[in-house]
Design a binder for this molecule. Structure first.
Ligand code: GDP
Length: 388
């Protein structure tokens, strides 16, 4: 499936940068074009794979290229004022090649948190292609303002996109790692999952064709539940199948759908769905699902995929589980599970509760701070005269 990507804010830009890097390195070819949008000039400069000709600096008149300081209302305002520049750039994309747009942002900050829903809304107005969101939730130790930003942005963003894929930094952070190298690892993790998901139907020149192709319409149908989605992934290293005479002498069967291969695929899909999702959730609240198994064609068991789909139908309680294979030249067998329209997500509920508390606290502070300053600088009965 072919996508055009719009990364908004620092996290949005860096994640799109890493998706483009993966797409090029692995020759997956699902990204048609990519733009980075920011109100901070310095953040745009750090991007490696999105050239200046594909960068838009918004809010220059208001914030002088210095960012919006985690103020997501300001992020939304400056993006809305300059959204014409973003749309003009997208207008140059070969739209006939694009199956969908994806707007990417960290929801805890200012520019991406406020700007991504604005850009998604405008794209949806103009284009008939679906507009997806990819949002990153802040880790819980980032503080109240980031949580409040994320909760407000999430509420708005999910309304403006056809589906919002979420990645929860809280579920993924590791201790003992610097923030930057930690983020790099998270962004690579996302790149791998999205690369398999969206790359599945793309056949590179000379590459093998899948037995059961996952084409763009399968992904679009899965995501057309709307709401929120999460992605699971698992991989296992495989022995390369032996070739030639040795293979014939040592192998008693040419059938890749033997018990071992079938079990390997089913247990891999199970690990992908029950392991660490990009957004942890109760998978029985899934509306639709998609299973993709990627690897050497002769290591992918069709029967295994069928069994895995049946298993996922039982686990999620939905009959709408699509599936297919993705032939790639790799020593690993990988499974991606997309769970779409999930609604039992404790993390989102706790994010909202903390955000409401943070908002209440901020409003109370604002109310008392005026009188508190008055009491501090005025000394009661014996008032001093101000200078002017
Ligand atoms: P903005 O530039 O104002 O949109 O704000 P940022 O994008 O810098 O930060 C928003 C949030 O995104 C932060 O609170 C972090 O939770 C998260 N974040 C920042 N950089 C990255 C990154 O490279 N990867 C991931 N996964 N999250 C990031």
């Amino acid at each position: 499936m072919k996508l055009a990507l719009i990364g908004v804010g620092q996290a949005g830009g860096k994640i799109v940068d890493s998706l483009v890097e993966y797409d090029r390195r692995t020759r997956t070819g699902y990204i048609v074009d990519a733009v980075a949008v920011n109100s901070a000039r310095a953040d745009l400069k750090g991007l490696q794979n999105i050239p200046e000709s594909r960068q838009v600096l918004v809010g220059l008149a208001r914030v002088k290229g210095h960012g919006v300081g985690a103020d997501n209302s300001l992020g939304a305002d400056v993006t809305a004022e300059d959204v014409g520049d973003v749309l003009a750039m997208v207008d140059n994309f070969p739209i006939h090649e694009i199956d969908a747009f994806m707007v990417v942002a960290g929801l805890g900050g200012g520019t991406g948190s406020g700007g991504a829903p604005v850009i998604a809304r405008e794209l949806s107005h103009i284009y008939t292609e679906p507009v997806y969101g990819l949002g990153v939730l802040p880790a819980s130790d980032e503080g109240g303002i980031y949580t409040l930003n994320a909760a407000r942005s999430l509420q708005t963003f999910v309304k403006e996109v056809d589906n919002l894929l979420l990645f929860d930094n809280d579920a993924w952070r590791k201790t003992g790692e610097s923030v930057e190298s930690g983020y790099r690892a998270l962004n690579e993790e996302l790149a791998r999952r999205l690369g398999i998901l969206f790359g599945a139907g793309e056949v590179s020149e000379g590459g093998s064709v899948a037995e059961s192709v996952v084409d763009a319409s399968e992904i679009i149908n899965t995501l057309s539940t709307g709401g929120i989605s999460t992605i699971g992934y698992a991989s296992v290293e495989i022995d390369r199948p032996k070739r030639g005479l040795l293979a014939r002498l040592t192998s008693d069967s040419d059938d890749i759908d033997d018990g071992d291969s079938t079990n390997r695929v089913t247990s891999l899909v199970r690990r992908a769905a029950l392991g660490r999702l990009t957004l942890p959730c109760d998978i029985s609240s899934t509306e639709r699902g998609l299973v993709i198994v990627a690897g050497q064609p002769n290591a992918i068991s069709r029967r295994g995929i069928e069994r895995a789909r049946t298993w996922l139908e039982e686990e999620t309680g939905t009959m709408e589980i699509r599936g297919g294979d993705y032939p790639v030249n790799s020593d690993f067998l990988g499974a991606v599970v997309l769970l779409s329209g999930v609604y039992n997500v404790p993390r989102v509920k706790s994010l909202q509760a903390v955000a409401i508390e943070a908002q209440r606290n901020m409003l109370a502070k604002q109310e008392t701070s005026g009188t508190a300053l008055d009491e501090l600088v005025h000394s009661g009965a014996e008032a001093l005269d101000p200078l002017f």
